[in-house]
Design a protein around this ligand. Sequence first.
Ligand code: SF4
Length: 434
Amino acid sequence: MSNSQLTPGIAPGRLPADVIARNFDDVEPPFDMHEAQVAADRCYFCHDAPCITACPTSIDIPLFIRQIATGTPEAAARTIWDQNILGGMCARVCPTETLCEEACVRETAEGKPVEIGRLQRYATSVGMARPHPYARAAATGKRIAVVGAGPAGLACAHRLAMKGHDVVIFEARPKAGGLNEYGIAAYKATHGFAQAEVDWLLSIGGIEIRTGQKLGRDVTLDGLRADHDAVFLGIGLAGVNALGIPGEDLAGVRDAVDFIAELRQADLTTLPVGRDVVVIGGGMTAVDAAVQSKLLGAENVTMVYRRGKDRMSASPYEQDHAAQAGVRIVYNAVPLRISGAGKAESVDFAYATNGKPGAETFTLKADQVFKAIGQTLAGVPDGLTLSGGKIAGPGAGVWAGGDCAAGGEDLTVTAVAEGRDAAEAIHAHLMGRA
Ligand code: SF4
């Protein structure tokens, strides 16, 4: 946090170190072997399994669960990775309750799905403790530039490396991992898992990562095109939307994505947080900022969303998680102004109908305000076709995937699927099959 963000109400060490450590430990403990087998035994191994259709990466879920049930979790891991090379992280961050587990026939019949996410975590943990299971095909002599070392870029790079191509990843930040490293709540990826998974993925060989390389600043699309046989853009959404209200520039007001990124790299006992925190927004970023503020010791944390509960992009499971952590969620209210003498002290809101403010207002005390009302594409090279603010037409020799690309939901698992599929398309193109 910059000094300009430090105000008297925002302080580190609101909780003892041992309490903070406990608060940020695994939100859901991993299965041991026995628990995994018991959970696997609940699967009906459905023919035409609806869970597979609901998975954006189409993992053969009944197959991997059967492999766990028969005592071969390393084979289960391979089944998962064949479709989703970041299956370990997806097991931790996927909204399974709205994907595979929602579709599970045992959810439909009994309201209690097979615990697919936890089983996936178990299998990939066992598999990652073994040598990397994929070998590279014979070298093709082709070199591909991947821009962005997030889930889309990493999935693309791994699949290309498997096929014998050489890959250079250009990453703007100091570390690889993208949102897995910088953009999700710390308690979802504990014990350095994001970097461990990147290291494991890179152990296939043939992938070089150059950090501190930003598109438009350190490298250009034209330059990458000239030096490589293909380019994949997985640059995510680096811009943030502004509230456009008075007081937005006061000390104590910041983008939730910056807070989350800082938190992921920080010593949590020294990370300052407000006493009265207001988070504006209704997505996962808002939930992650709100819950983590509470876990750091903020006394009052309120999330305010402009529409109703059913319109919130954070899933009902995440909303419940926030509520259980002590976060108050106010629906149907829009911010009017942030007030204070040089620093945030309160936020005025108007109650809203369908996101439109009405006459009735209320005020929340706030020494820290997080803005989480969506991210946008930033630093896009000229010449790309955009649709809905995202890359729709990358152009000759250029592919795109993940959050920066049009179509598909902004989920880690969707980014992995798009990176993987782009790698297949690039391979077919380079080998003269498309
Ligand atoms: S739908 Fe549920 S019970 Fe059927 S295969 Fe998938 S996980 Fe197993």
